[in-house]
Design a binder for this molecule. Sequence first.
Ligand code: SAM
Length: 276
Amino acid sequence: MSLAQILSECGFCFEKRFGQNFLTDGNLLDAIAADANADGMTVLEIGTGAGTLTAALAKRAKRVVSYEIDKNLMPVLARTLAGLDEKVEVIFRDVMKESDEELDKILGGDYVLAANLPYYITTPVIMRFIERARKPKSITVMVQKEVGERLIAAPGTPEYGAVTAAVALEGSAKITRIVPRTMFMPRPNVDSCVVRIDLDGRFADADKAAAKKFIRAAFAMRRKTLVNNICAQFGQKRERAEKLLTRCGFDVRVRGEKLGVEDFIALSEAAKEIFE
Ligand code: SAM
């Protein structure tokens, strides 16, 4: 029986406010599960939907823990995930309201995150999971194509921003596939892509909290130079902010969007001395 028939028999109505755009193509679902490095892993899925990606992940994973906010999907999932009880646990709660302690308790040890994300929580989900203490090994998410391009953008490009740099501080991001809007049910107005962020423990020795302050400052007012943003955000005199940039080898007229994550780390280290 097709998914459309199951949804109709269960009287399911799509909720736009939950970003419900489901995937049905078996090849695509398996490819996403492969992109997600799900093999033999515990997978945290966000947004079970009709369970199509959940089932594809379960084929490869040791275990899938899947959060779904919409309880109206219960009867649908009872059918689409029938027989997978030993591997799959669906939790009908808002993942953004789940505490870190509860997540850690449910997940146990190492895990990867995989999700066809509801668009309205894309950035909060990514930021939460790259920044939390017990991070996943990787985050593989379906996002709007433009969002994916921002996540992998190089310094100096229009797409590059605070989120790009914050992600680069924790791992390496790449687009694994472009997914046209025609692959979703119902069809959204935009194309999507799958992005994988490998949280490879890079910059493990860096003072990331200090580097993040510089990232935030650099993009606080995009049209201003880095010196002006640093003065405003750190309450420093221009002379000291210029000294900091010169010490790190930057032109005093540079804009924050030209700097890579290593540069933000270098600035934050030098600032510990110059701003004391
Ligand atoms: N994984 C399914 C698929 O690929 O077909 C569904 C993906 S759909 C884009 C996103 C799903 O996330 C929806 O089923 C929606 O109800 C659910 N969702 C939205 N906000 C959520 C939240 N805060 N916590 C858990 N699930 C959420």
